[in-house]
Ligand binder design. Structure first.
Ligand code: RI2
Length: 318
């Protein structure tokens, strides 16, 4: 898929899910590097940075996207020739895609350890990582049942029930507002993540925070399945993550909205669940309490104090 087609598919949510968009961006950068004809190193860098910016601007919230782009583009300045630079992009992109797929497989096994025989599990949206845990639990022979939410306005819940059905997992499909009515019947809730803050707060599909709050009140375990590249290094410096707000027409058709001039539809795509409402985050490097997020950022995303120093230098105008 060419670069503009991939960017458009991510923007329009034809490709969606934090992990999938990260892998699609890595593949698009790899293919772009392979297709670039320029023999001039500086020009190659300019073109690659332009491609990275285009992909980065497609969706603002999922940190997997900039983290994937960084993983592909890093080390580019350590070489001076086009062919070396091209090789670095291709190698990094393929390594990222492979490690991302491996991360989901590892999360599946560790997440399945959290699921007991006979458990009833609530899931929200269509998270590859969260579903992998449920499918692995079933594969291990555990008798489980799942409640899957509808996920207005995009109805990603329909994708989820298709996946669960294909694995012959007994599933109940519920509207988003029915979560509290059923939460007392659940043994655990499991969702994915688009971004994890350094303080352990999690950004995920709109409605996740209501589920976590209900789960907390009902003493139901709330688990997040998140690869390490969903953790947001820049939040170590107190940076905020922007919550994407999509067009109101996704919620209310224009022909109805046009007749209601005093009504404004709000359509935030994600919300923030405070760390205190999350019991565990299952990553590919282990099951951690949300408070351990800084160690993931430092040890697995290469965040260190020199990055702070660089930013302070820029801040002082040196
Ligand atoms: P995986 C999705 O975002 C959902 O919020 C989902 O929970 C999250 O990405 C993580 O998904 P969207 O693209 O990476 O549907 O676990 O807005 O598949």
């Amino acid at each position: 898929m060419s670069l503009p087609i991939t960017a458009d598919a991510i923007r329009s949510m034809k490709i969606r899910g934090a992990g999938r968009i990260a892998r699609a961006a890595a593949a698009a950068l790899r293919d772009h590097a392979m297709a670039l004809r320029s023999q001039d190193y500086d020009n190659f860098l300019i073109e690659m940075n332009r491609a990275a910016d285009l992909l980065n601007a497609t969706r603002p919230t999922a940190v997997s996207l900039p983290n994937a782009i960084h993983a592909v583009m890093r080390d580019l300045k350590s070489v001076t020739g086009v062919e070396d630079a091209r090789r670095i992009v291709i190698t990094n992109a393929e390594a990222f895609i492979e490690s991302s797929e491996m991360a989901v497989r590892r999360i599946a096994v560790m997440g399945a350890n959290q699921i007991g025989d006979g458990d009833c599990i609530l899931t929200h949206c269509n998270s590859e990582a969260a579903l992998a845990c449920i499918i692995e639990a079933k594969r291990q022979g555990k008798e489980i049942e799942v409640f899957a939410t509808e996920v207005r306005p995009w109805n990603q819940g329909r994708l989820t029930i298709e996946v669960l059905n294909s694995h012959e997992i007994p599933t109940h499909y519920i509207v988003d507002s029915a979560v509290r009515a059923f939460i007392n019947d659940m043994d655990l809730a499991i969702a994915g993540a688009d971004a994890v803050y350094a303080n352990g707060d999690v950004i995920n599909k709109i409605g996740t925070s209501q589920i976590a709050l209900s789960a907390h009140e009902a003493r139901t375990k709330m688990i997040i399945a998140a690869e390490t590249y969903k953790f947001a290094p820049r939040t170590m410096m107190g940076e905020e993550i922007r919550i994407e707000e999509r067009p109101g027409s996704e919620v209310l058709p224009d022909e109805i909205a046009d007749k209601l001039p005093y009504v404004r539809v709000r359509n935030p795509v994600f919300d923030l669940t405070p760390a205190e409402y999350i019991d565990l985050i299952v990553t590919e490097v282990g099951v951690i309490p949300p408070q351990a997020a800084p160690s993931i950022i430092r040890d697995h995303l290469g965040w260190n104090i020199s990055m702070f120093e660089e930013i302070f230098r820029i801040g002082r105008g040196d």
